[in-house]
Design a protein around this ligand. Structure first.
Ligand SMILES: Nc1ncnc2c1ncn2[C@@H]1O[C@H](COP(=O)(O)OP(=O)(O)OP(=O)(O)O)[C@@H](O)[C@H]1O
Ligand SMILES: [Mg+2]
Length: 272
């Protein structure tokens, strides 16, 4: 499997035919598997348009998007492709108001996972993963904003997508709920190795990621890495012999430890 999950070549969207607006305009980026990438930039810099093209929600006017080496122009059934490969999280959680948390998480499993029992089980596991084991039967209106966003994240994870695209997932949340949601995304990025792209206006959110891409007028004006030595160590550990043995033993769940240095992480893992 290639290290590169997403590649764009000359990705361009043109709106209008008279006074043409090009944006994104000739974007060439590569996203490595397992990256946690923030997309920043002023309002109207076409961050959402870029994200929607990466997730095959919108078609480019020119250029290409490759996901897993596959040219999206050649994908016959885009709905199916999206359902299997991409999980979306939006600023407005977009949950179905008449369905409870568990039922909302099950919706993407319809047509993908046969058997109601299996779907219930998977939804319950996902809600446990996002810390909502005790809220499964609640309707969206009975949940806080942060909890709703966590349900939306569980739903995005339902089909074990390689990629999560989140467009301002903390935009409507108070700062504590926003911090919790980003911590959750970061945890999923490390534990499940899910590649995550998050559009955000908040520099404190961007600091939690591995890489920040800044858009300006539809072009990438800056692209830099954010160093997290501890997380790099954890990722390396994950792929080591010892790490793999641990992951096999514990169903792939890596303990999330908020301390410094890989020794502390390993000690924690081994005594768990
Ligand atoms: N269907 C359309 N026709 C014409 N222009 C469009 C269309 N859709 C989007 N745009 C243009 O794209 C711009 C918004 O781009 P986009 O939503 O990607 O920006 P953004 O960086 O996500 O902004 P924000 O930070 O406010 O969410 C609008 O200003 C509009 O001019
Ligand atoms: Mg936007």
């Amino acid at each position: 499997m290639s290290e590169i999950l997403i590649e764009t070549r000359d990705l361009t969207k043109i709106y209008g035919d008279g006074d043409q607006v090009r944006a994104p305009d000739g974007v060439n980026i590569q996203v490595i598997r397992g990256e946690f990438l923030a997309v920043m930039g002023p309002s109207g810099s076409r961050k959402s348009t870029l994200l929607n093209m990466l997730g095959a929600l919108d078609r480019p006017t020119r250029g290409q998007v490759f996901i897993n080496g596959q040219d999206l122009r050649r994908v016959r059934n885009l709905d199916r492709f999206r359902a299997k490969t991409v999980g979306f999280v939006f600023q407005m959680h977009n949950l179905i108001p008449t369905l409870n948390a568990q039922e909302n998480v099950e919706t993407p499993l319809m047509g993908q996972v046969a058997g109601a029992g299996k779907r219930h089980k998977r939804a319950r596991e996902l809600l446990e993963l996002v810390g909502l084991a005790d809220r499964m039967g609640h309707l969206p209106s009975q949940l806080s904003g942060g909890q709703r966003q966590r349900v939306a994240i569980a739903r995005a994870l339902a089909n074990q997508p390689a990629l999560i695209l989140a467009d301002e997932p903390t935009g409507n949340l108070d700062s504590q709920s926003g911090t919790d949601v980003i911590a959750l995304l970061r945890q999923l990025n490390i534990e499940l190795a899910t590649t995550i792209i998050v559009v955000t206006h908040d520099p404190s959110v961007a600091r939690q990621t591995n890489r920040v891409l800044v858009m300006r007028d539809g072009k990438v004006s800056d692209d830099h890495r954010v160093g997290h030595p501890f997380e790099e160590d954890l990722k390396e550990f994950r792929h080591s012999g010892l790490g793999r043995a641990f992951l096999a033993r514990d169903n792939g769940a890596l303990v999330w430890v908020k301390s410094n240095g890989v020794e502390a992480a390993m000690a924690q893992l081994l005594t768990n």
